[in-house]
Design a protein around this ligand. Structure first.
Ligand code: AMP
Length: 332
């Protein structure tokens, strides 16, 4: 049932680089984004760090730029990735270099707080992918060291953090210098109204891919996991009822002996539990509308194995510590 990178349309050279990194299965955001991006669609990705979002945009970006087979002109990058912090920018650069091994694309990075001379030099030599924090990029643009008129692909990463850090005015000024005819991607962990407005402005009929934050699981004690593996089941088009049936099918597998299911809403959690109980699957819901006593009973039965499934909103599951969890399902 699981997909692999080849079936998403990823090219052989990149497949080799991914294999070298030990990536076997695309994460849900990757499975949901890569084919659309390779087709040239715009994307709204609602996901945070830890979901594999960097590869979700870097892989198709590298592949498209490689297939276009054009050389960058001096000071004119062909793709621009904007990130709020230098740490994130560096991670993205490293990822592009690793996933792009063998493609011969040039990747450069610019951020503030350091001398600009090496950055100017790199831009002048010609750059396929430029990764930048907004302030320094604007500086370099105003001095004529960087022009955006050749940018075919734009990625705004962690847009909500850009908002929090006060970068939106800079971002908007940069946007004005980009060609209209381009592919645009925006990633944000949350969608405050300023980011929704920005997304509406810069994205054209975007594909929307939303993944439940793994923070929900990161706060659990995952010490007992070996290496977690991620599998995305392509159920986006299924009706809710069929999705619940699929869940039942999965949970009937004895391997799913202690499964945590996340739902987006409290009502969603209750609906899933009602459905599972009807199918004789011992399960409980925990969320903010349950009394402390009910939550403790639910957790107690889950810990002891009397209930094999716990359905929770991510907030409710923060900090719960159940070492023998075999599977985590992000239902929504
Ligand atoms: P990100 O959300 O982009 O910061 O990625 C989170 C971590 O997951 C990074 O350390 C990646 O190297 C790793 N990663 C991304 N995609 C995969 C995958 N398909 N398989 C295994 N690890 C991955």
């Amino acid at each position: 049932m699981s997909t692999d990178f080849a079936s998403l349309g990823v090219s052989p050279t990149i497949l080799k680089a991914l294999a070298a990194k030990g990536y076997e299965t695309p994460t849900p955001i990757q499975a949901g984004s890569i084919p659309h991006l390779l087709d040239g669609a715009d994307l709204l990705g609602i996901a945070q760090t830890g979901t594999g979002k960097t590869a979700a945009f870097a892989i198709p970006m590298l592949q498209i730029l490689h297939e276009e087979n054009e050389r960058p002109r001096p000071t004119m990058p062909r793709a621009l990735v904007m990130a709020p912090t230098r740490e994130l920018a560096i991670q993205i650069k490293d990822a592009c270099i690793e996933y792009g091994t063998g493609l011969g694309l040039k990747v450069a990075i610019v951020f503030g707080g350091v001398g600009q001379t090496p950055q100017v030099k790199a831009l002048k030599a010609g750059v396929d992918i430029l990764i930048a924090t907004p302030g320094r990029l604007l500086d370099l643009m105003s001095q004529g060291h960087c022009k955006l008129s050749d940018v075919d692909i734009l990625v705004l990463d962690e847009a909500d953090r850009m908002l929090d850090m006060g970068f939106l005015p800079d971002v908007r000024r940069i946007m004005q210098k980009l060609p209209r005819d381009r592919q645009s991607l925006l990633f944000s962990a949350t969608m405050p109204k300023d980011i929704t407005a920005l997304a509406n402005k810069i994205l054209y009929e975007p594909v929307r891919v939303e993944v439940t934050p793994p923070a929900a699981t990161a706060d659990l004690d995952i010490g007992a996991f070996d290496t977690p593996t991620f599998t995305g089941l392509p159920v986006g088009e299924l009706q809710k009822a069929r999705k619940r049936d699929l869940l039942v099918k999965l949970l009937e597998d004895p391997d799913f002996s202690r499964t945590l299911v996340f739902t987006r809403t409290k009502h969603g959690a209750d609906r899933v539990v009602r459905h599972l109980v009807k199918q004789q699957i011992a399960s409980h819901a925990i969320h903010g509308n349950k009394s402390q006593g009910a939550r403790e009973r639910a957790l107690g039965e889950f810990r002891s194995g009397k209930a094999t499934v716990l359905v929770a909103t991510d907030i409710a599951a923060r900090g719960i510590d159940v070492p023998e969890i075999t599977h985590v399902i992000n239902f929504d």
